[in-house]
Design a protein around this ligand. Structure first.
Ligand SMILES: C[S@@+](CC[C@H](N)C(=O)[O-])C[C@H]1O[C@@H](n2cnc3c(N)ncnc32)[C@H](O)[C@@H]1O
Length: 245
């Protein structure tokens, strides 16, 4: 399932040793915030794209009574997810090619996966628009797209290199994200900054592993990467947008 795609740093063993099984900032509190805002009733059909170890999927089922399905490109992560929670439905597929009929879902979640999927093909962000178009296709009109992810709070966005495979490899500004969603037929109704969660997450990972290199490799540690990162001022956002049309 990985042919033609960039290497997947989230398959490293260290990620499975991070404790709560969530490969991102914000914890399940951020998920709960979004589900509450969108007022998704029990039984709603939701796909979690880039679901990793399936922790959110299990939570959506048990806590919110949703009909949730997890999708990830990584068989290794899905196997680990099945070991954690055998009962949850999981599909190995790419976020830009969902095996799902058109206009059938009430919500799509992408928790720290849109930025990753965006650069899965060749390093630039072109796959991000393809993934948004795919979310639009599978959502019913008025359905919700929920994204939490990294972004650039500074004036400068970072496009691809020099930051290697790291969390902040590609950062768009809020304006760029708003433009991307609008151009793919989404109307943003909720935008919140949760950058404190990113700081907490990065700090926790550094204390646990000594540096971020065991998680993402050494790329991006050079002076060019550091300068770009500083200018971009990485932050974390949560958004909820409705599918137009
Ligand atoms: C930062 S992790 C987030 C995982 C999960 N959402 C969570 O909350 O823990 C990014 C996830 O996206 C997955 N991923 C990367 N590229 C993908 C693609 N093209 N299609 C589907 N999943 C992808 C990775 O395997 C990884 O599980």
């Amino acid at each position: 399932m990985t042919t033609g795609l960039e290497p997947n740093p989230y398959e490293r063993a260290e990620w499975r040793a991070t404790g709560d099984g969530l490969l991102r900032p914000g914890g399940l509190a951020l998920t709960d915030r979004a589900i509450k805002y969108c007022a998704l009733p029990a039984g709603s059909r939701v796909w979690d794209i880039g679901c990793g170890l399936g922790v959110t999927v299990a939570h959506l089922v048990t806590r919110h009574g949703l009909e949730a399905v997890g999708v990830d490109r990584s068989e290794a992560l899905l196997d680990a997810a099945r070991s954690r929670t055998p009962s949850i439905p999981l599909i190995c597929a790419r976020g830009d090619a969902l095996p799902c009929a058109a206009a059938t879902l009430d919500a799509v979640l992408a928790e720290c996966s849109w930025s990753v999927i965006s650069t899965d093909r060749g390093g630039d962000r072109t796959n991000g628009d393809v993934a948004l178009a795919e979310c639009w296709r599978v959502l019913r009109p008025g359905g919700w797209l929920i994204i939490s992810d990294v972004y650039a709070r500074g004036v400068a966005s970072i496009q691809a290199a020099p930051l290697g495979d790291g969390l902040c490899r590609n950062l768009l500004t809020e304006a760029e994200i708003r433009t991307a969603l609008a151009s793919q037929g989404f109307a943003i109704e909720l935008w919140e900054d949760h950058s404190a969660a990113l700081n907490e997450f990065v700090g926790r990972m550094i204390f646990e592993f000594g540096s971020l290199s065991p998680l993402w490799g050494d790329d991006g540690d050079g002076p060019e990467g550091c300068t770009a990162l500083k200018a971009a001022r990485p932050g974390y956002f949560l958004l909820a947008a409705r599918r137009n049309g």
